[in-house]
Design a protein around this ligand. Sequence first.
Ligand code: SF4
Ligand code: SF4
Length: 222
Amino acid sequence: MIVADRKPIEEIIEYIKDANKVLIVGCNECVTVCEAGGKKEVGVLASALRMYFMNQGKDIKIDEVTLERQCDHEYLEEIRNIIDQYQAVVSLACGVGVQFMSEKYFQTPVFPGVNTCFMGVTEERGVWSERCQGCGQCILATTGGICPVSRCAKRLFNGPCGGSSKGMCEIGGEVPCAWQIIIDRLTALGRLDDYEKLAPIKDWSKERAGGPRKVVREDVRQ
Ligand code: SF4
Ligand code: SF4
């Protein structure tokens, strides 16, 4: 899932302070799971903003809605009939949802209510960690299912650097060395031969350069 973290309320106040009617829009998918932008967080944020503006003596109406997804046309259409009533929208979806809503409702200012962080997993309640950077050339088949792009601080492709010590990464902070995990996993699988194979230099242009990436399903391409 995409992991996000709610922005400090001061930042959100700054975005909407000149509006008289604001819509806060949550998303039922990833940001709900990581407790940053689901229905519950929409309610908490809306209450906090109402309280803040009431204390300031400012009359501002703050409404709430949570969509199934903000990255799909059909769900974003659900607010078409009401969006023109608002001078500002705060989206608690990831950056993808904020952008899709901005493209669809071109005349309405849409502000991000969360900081989109990474694609990751729930390690335990309230703790999420990164697993994938969507590099477009997945090499998990040869690295024992452990990703060095997202988990090695230097994105190394052929074994650990000299800073790997006792299984930990030299960046500190109790971060395990990704390559130690890869070696341990390949050992457990009896596939250390994969570790001996030299991985080719990665073509990073496929990841970042050239503008936004796109995936088109085969039957749609034809
Ligand atoms: S190699 Fe890592 S970053 Fe690239 S697609 Fe696979 S899991 Fe994601
Ligand atoms: S110690 Fe391991 S995880 Fe850290 S940068 Fe070196 S190889 Fe990568």
